[in-house]
Unconditional design. Structure first.
Length: 165
C-alpha cells in the first residue's frame, strides 16, 4: 500500500467579522474558486452533501483525480466541518473553527484543519517515480504545498469578508 497523507492545523487571527468569515467558508464555491490547486470542483448533491473533486498535479505525469462525497456539519455560528460520508481509500476532511477575538469586534480567531489521505495499491498509481521518492518525501511535499494553499485561501477569505463591512 502506498499512502499520501497530510494533516494541517493552522491558527489565524483575522481582521474580519466572524459572521462574514462564516459565510465565506461555508460556501462550497469558495473552495474551487480560491483554492483551485487542491479543489478542482465542488458540486452539491442533495441537502448538505456535495461531491468534491481534487485534481492533484504531479509533475511529469497525469494529474491524480480524486472524488469524495462530503457532508457539511456545523453549528451555524462557529464551526464548519466537511466530513466524508464513507470510509474509502480517499479521505478528505475539513474543519474550520471561528471564535471571537479578545482584540475587538472586527477580529476573529480561526483554526483551519485539513486532512488528506490517499491510499493506492502501488506507488505507480500516483506517479511513475513515486516509488523512488518514497512516501515520506512525497508527504512532506504535499504538506508544505497544502499549508501554503491554506494560507492563501484564508487570506482571500479575510479580504473578501473585510470588504463586506
Amino acid at each position: 500500500m502506498f499512502t499520501i497523507q497530510a494533516r494541517i492545523e493552522k491558527k489565524y487571527q483575522l481582521s474580519a467579522e466572524k459572521n462574514r468569515l462564516y459565510e465565506f467558508f461555508s460556501d462550497i464555491n469558495s473552495y474551487p474558486r480560491y483554492m483551485p490547486d487542491i479543489f478542482h470542483k465542488v458540486e452539491p448533491i442533495k441537502g448538505t452533501v456535495s461531491l468534491w473533486t481534487l485534481k492533484i498535479d504531479v509533475s511529469a505525469g497525469s494529474p491524480l483525480v480524486v472524488k469524495v462525497e462530503l457532508d457539511k456539519k456545523g453549528d451555524e455560528a462557529s464551526l464548519i466541518a466537511y466530513e466524508p460520508l464513507t470510509n474509502s481509500q480517499n479521505h478528505l476532511a475539513l474543519k474550520i473553527k471561528l471564535g471571537e477575538s479578545s482584540l475587538g469586534l472586527s477580529k476573529t480567531d480561526l483554526i483551519f484543519i485539513l486532512e488528506i489521505k490517499l491510499e493506492r495499491n502501488r506507488s505507480s498509481e500516483v506517479h511513475p517515480l513515486a516509488g523512488l521518492l518514497g512516501e515520506k518525501a512525497i508527504n512532506k511535499i504535499v504538506q508544505k504545498h497544502a499549508e501554503g494553499y491554506i494560507d492563501d485561501f484564508v487570506k482571500s477569505g479575510e479580504e473578501k469578508a473585510a470588504r463586506k463591512r
